[in-house]
Design a binder for this molecule. Structure first.
Ligand code: ADP
Ligand code: MG
Length: 377
């Protein structure tokens, strides 16, 4: 029997749970032509959510064409243009012969170079002359709208790790170009998401930035325990194994309802379970996961300064006011200016993140490991 818990991939089908409100909100935005911005730390479920909505909407309304672009490994404006053009044409024209015709139709001032790999994958890539692009970037930036018009469809451009445009050569000028073209689009719709919370909020919430008020900002949170409990119990059940409600809750709680980690933990518990899950098996699964990560956690800790370690100790102890004189003295954090530097540096290292007005560990397993090492729990 195949393990019903998946992690590190898009959660789809019956391994996708909850997110009802977010699905509705995103669908409603797309239906009414409002752009969306989705923000959450890594591995909380942005890609899975957008994919889910794309499937539901494409099934119900055939005019939608979803195209997915990941800026994770795109570090220049030139690459962005090639990928945008390629993906828009790919979803709009499934046959490459049509794509070739479309290239002639849509590009007047820019002559793309095309590389087609051999069928059956029908993979293709486009590249442009940088000088030509600089003269008429609009031709590419408006492609989602012009193609939508031509085909009488609505192209939804989904851009993952959008904050990476901040690494392009002249990010502000590029954002202005993007914004001024995209905001005129009526048929094409944009869903922009990213994991670097501070960069995303800077891009979309700061008044001086070109993307200010570009769309509806949705912050994605963890998935509540009750959904995990029901999901874990039924996933065990349908694969011929048994787990009780309490044990299932326990799995979710141990990793603080964090989607990636609950799935990973449940995956490990399922593997260890022959027929009926027990508390002992759950404890063994946790040890296994911690062991797998020990080298990584040690390396992470080695890279921390003493004050950073002390600050994490305070977070582990659920200290509510991290900047109070008492906390600063008890945990030897230096000055209050130093405390804000500590927060910034640890957020930047992605060890902690802000959730509401609380600081939390990004990785609940690291928190457990850290507490054992440094708080003797
Ligand atoms: N709605 C969901 N239901 C169940 N598991 C989920 C859900 N969303 C995310 N996950 C779990 O979290 C992991 C990371 O999700 P992903 O969508 O890739 O997050 P992100 O794009 O925010 O990094 C998935 O592989 C899956 O294990
Ligand atoms: Mg993702």
């Amino acid at each position: 029997m195949k393990n019903p818990f998946i992690y590190g991939k898009i959660a789809s089908g019956n391994s996708f749970i909850d997110r009802e409100q977010e699905q509705q909100r995103l669908s409603a935005n797309i239906n009414s032509g409002i752009n969306s911005i989705l923000i959450s730390p890594r591995r909380l479920g942005k890609s899975s959510l957008v994919f889910r909505v794309s499937q539901t909407l494409s099934r119900k309304q055939s005019e939608f064409r979803f195209c997915f672009i990941d800026l994770f490994n795109i570090r220049s404006e030139a690459e962005f243009y090639s990928v945008l053009a390629r993906e828009v044409l790919r979803v709009a024209y499934p046959k490459w012969k049509e794509r070739l015709e479309a290239l002639g139709r849509f590009f007047r001032h820019i002559s793309p170079r095309i590389t087609i790999s051999s069928a059956p994958a029908e993979e293709f890539s486009l590249s442009f002359d940088w000088n030509e692009i600089q003269r008429s970037p609009d031709e590419i930036l408006n492609l989602p709208e012009t193609v939508s018009k031509k085909l009488n469809v609505k192209i939804v451009v989904c851009v993952d790790e959008f904050q990476n445009i901040a690494f392009f050569d002249d990010p502000l000028a590029f954002q202005k170009k993007l914004r001024s073209n995209w905001q005129k689009h009526n048929l094409a719709n944009y869903c922009l998401y990213g994991s670097k919370q501070h960069m995303m909020t800077e891009l979309f919430e700061s008044k001086s930035m070109p993307f200010y008020k570009f769309g509806d900002i949705i912050f994605l949170e963890k998935i509540p325990k009750k959904y995990w409990r029901a999901f874990i119990v039924s996933a065990f059940g349908r694969t011929g194994k048994i787990i009780n409600h309490e044990a299932a809750s326990n799995i979710a709680l141990t990793v603080e309802n964090h989607p990636y980690f609950v799935q990973q933990f449940a995956h490990t518990v399922w593997n260890l379970t022959n027929h009926k899950c027990s508390d002992e098996l759950i404890a063994n699964a946790l040890e296994q996961l911690l062991l797998q990560n020990t080298i990584l956690f040690q390396r992470e800790t080695d890279s921390l300064t003493n004050s950073q370690v002390n600050f994490l100790r305070a977070i582990c102890n659920n200290v509510s006011n991290l900047s109070s004189v008492e906390t600063i003295n008890r945990y030897k954090l230096g000055t209050s200016a130093n405390v804000s530097r500590l927060k910034k540096s640890l957020v930047k290292k992605e060890i902690i993140e802000i959730n509401g007005n609380k600081f939390e560990f990004t990785d609940p397993l690291f928190k457990i490991w850290f507490a054992r090492e440094f708080l003797n729990i």
